[in-house]
Design a protein around this ligand. Sequence first.
Ligand SMILES: CC(C)(COP(=O)(O)OP(=O)(O)OC[C@H]1O[C@@H](n2cnc3c(N)ncnc32)[C@H](O)[C@@H]1OP(=O)(O)O)[C@@H](O)C(=O)NCCC(=O)NCCS
Length: 169
Amino acid sequence: MSGEAITLKDGRVVRLRAGVPEDGAALLALHHASILTLGQGFYTNAELEDWASGLTPEGYGRAMKEEDFLIAQSGVDQTLAGFASFKGDEIVGFYVHPDWARCGLGSLLLERAEAALADGGHAIFRVSASLSGLPFYLTRGYRVIQQRLYKTRGGLKVDIVDLEKPSSP
Ligand SMILES: CC(C)(COP(=O)(O)OP(=O)(O)OC[C@H]1O[C@@H](n2cnc3c(N)ncnc32)[C@H](O)[C@@H]1OP(=O)(O)O)[C@@H](O)C(=O)NCCC(=O)NCCS
């Protein structure tokens, strides 16, 4: 099996690799599960369904032309555990599957994504995060720039937060 193997804090192993357009269907399933499950308590069900709407398998392949995708997959059965996408100085997409939440996978993906942004010469990392991602980013050293309304793919306006972090403390 290809990709760097990493053991998470609960003992499970993930492998990291670059995303490819053929991952589209699996990325879509992970993305839906992450929004609809981990967003509970932060947004209403209507808002979550709206946020999760309009995604297609092909959309990931199109995004890969502009963004780098880093994928974590199970070291046992190769199902996708999480992904990060990034470009320029920005974390664009960032989702962990609920079965893999709170095991340090988000922290691992963020460290690797930030390292890639720093390699690109960026002094500040930026992210526009959902309220469900906010506690995570605060733990990871980001500071809030502003809270604002964002129009989701489905058309509803939901609260999100713009954050940033210097590449070296
Ligand atoms: C946000 C997200 C990526 C975090 O992934 P994760 O793999 O669970 O993160 P980690 O296990 O590395 O968490 C690191 C720390 O962040 C904090 N944290 C993470 N999720 C948290 C939550 N829901 N509430 C409070 N703190 C949280 C904790 O301090 C955690 O450490 P601990 O588990 O030892 O207490 C994941 O919950 C997710 O995909 N959410 C849905 C989509 C989303 O909001 N994406 C982000 C921006 S769009």
